[in-house]
Design a protein around this ligand. Structure first.
Ligand code: AMP
Ligand code: GLY
Length: 428
């Protein structure tokens, strides 16, 4: 049967590549995909933008697609799942009501408050004057977030009041994020170590995927501006079995049952971005209604089970009977980005030939790539993600970096310290 993946990033290349290995799948369509999915066996790109819900629905009907899997948040928040369901088609993801968990930070924070889900103290503002007055007495650093979707750029950690004022003016006055910044959340800064906790949810049951950790800052040592993610690895050693149980009890179950109490049945991937404080307590930084990017690349690179069967079980409400198997080997993924990212960057930069044959334990996932006259060129900020497994985190990391050095084009930027926390733990 045919399956459709919506999106064009590294997460979607990893999804398409993983799904294409399922013996149950004859072909994976990707709308619109990238140069990586264009050349993946068993995968076909279709030039339909991820935001064009009408065209996506028409595509799924025309191609007799059995199941659609949504990669990015924008179509979920816009109601792609509602549209497909209304037409009698299976689409894996939360409906628009549930996707508010990611689509509105103000709604999401209020929801957490209503259901006692641990998160930073916060206030929500639409008035610049009131926000500025609150800022004057807030302790520093303070975190300022645009309410709506801002492609990962809507969060400012202000270390001074001047920085905070600028962020509030940018969002509420200059509207640099458009209507996404018409409302802002101002919240307490939480110290600790971040982890990404992602689960499959079928409305009733919650099945956690392998844990992972992202690297949000652009530069080594977690310096520089925030990005969508410069690399990730799985598992995240900070997420012990005991902490997993706690996250399930304090975050994941209350979230899914709280939504149900409010009349919203959550299906799809549910991602809790967590801060683990020095006492080992988890608190929610944000919810995403989808898989993480780049977390998906190392996480799915460790999945031994059939992803299609897991998604099918989720759509059928049978996740309680599923138990995915994971490679014991850790996986490390390193993102190569265009010069300038996350600020303005050039597109169309040629990328040299990628290695033709790689061992089974290494994979180059594409993100912002396209083919121009048959040549591979950049088309986005995050361009490639090299993922490798190894017997230790150090081995996985070294295997990934050996290929990074081989595929880097002039001007490419990447962090050289991905997985540093896990490496330090391994050394201890
Ligand atoms: P978010 O999109 O809400 O996850 O924010 C993006 C990044 O900003 C997170 O991954 C954290 O690194 C950082 N961040 C967000 N909220 C907080 C907070 N309350 N305290 C500390 N760091 C935060
Ligand atoms: N890597 C973080 C995210 O996908 O939101």
């Amino acid at each position: 049967m045919k399956i459709l993946v919506i999106g064009c990033g590294g997460r979607e290349h990893a999804l398409a590549w993983t799904l294409a290995r399922s013996p149950r799948i004859s072909e994976v369509l990707v709308a619109p995909g990238n140069a990586g999915t264009a050349t993946e066996p068993g995968v076909r790109n279709v030039a339909v933008p991820a935001e064009d819900l009408d065209a996506l629905l028409a595509l799924a009907q025309r191609e007799a697609v059995e199941i659609t899997v949504v990669g990015p948040e924008a179509p979920l928040v816009a109601g792609v799942v509602d549209r497909f369901r209304a037409a009698g088609l299976k689409c894996f993801g939360p409906d628009a009501q549930c996707a508010r968990l990611e689509g509105s930070k103000a709604w999401s924070k209020a929801f957490m408050q209503r259901h006692g889900i641990p998160t930073a103290e916060h206030r929500t503002f639409t008035s610049l004057e009131e926000a500025l007055a609150y800022l004057e007495q807030a302790s520093l650093p303070v975190v300022i977030k645009a309410d709506g979707l801002a492609a990962g750029k809507g969060v400012v950690i202000a270390h001074s009041r001047e920085e905070g004022r600028r962020a509030l003016h940018d969002m509420l006055d200059a509207r640099v994020f458009g209507s996404a910044g018409a409302q802002v959340v101002v919240e307490e800064f939480l110290p600790g170590e971040e982890a990404s906790f992602i689960a499959l949810v079928d409305g009733d049951h919650i099945l956690p995927l392998a844990s992972s950790q992202d690297h949000k800052a652009r530069d080594d040592g977690d310096q520089g501006p925030n990005t969508g993610g410069m690399g990730a690895y799985s598992p995240a050693p900070v997420v012990t079995d005991a902490l997993t149980a706690r996250i399930m009890d304090e975050v994941m179950r209350p979230t899914v049952s709280g939504l149900a109490l409010e009349g919203c049945r959550y299906t799809g991937f549910l991602y809790a971005g967590l801060m683990i404080d020095p006492q080992g307590r988890p608190r929610v930084l944000e919810f995403n209604c989808r898989l993480g990017d780049p977390e998906t690349q190392p996480v799915l690179f460790r999945l031994e089970s059939d992803l299609f069967e897991l998604i099918e079980a989720a759509l059928d409400g049978r996740l309680d009977q599923a138990s995915p198997r994971w490679h014991v080997q850790p996986a490390v993924g390193v993102v190569l980005a265009a010069a300038g990212y996350p600020g303005p960057y050039e597109k169309g930069t040629p990328i040299g030939d990628l290695p033709g044959r790689l061992p089974e334990t290494v994979k180059v996932f594409h993100a912002g790539t396209t083919l121009a006259d048959g040549r591979l060129v950049t088309s986005g900020g995050r361009v490639l993600c090299v993922v490798a497994r190894g017997d230790s985190v150090v081995e996985a990391r070294d295997a990934a970096y050996a290929v990074v050095d081989a595929v880097a084009w002039p001007g490419a930027h990447w962090r050289r310290d991905i997985a540093y926390r896990a490496v330090a733990r391994e050394r201890r």
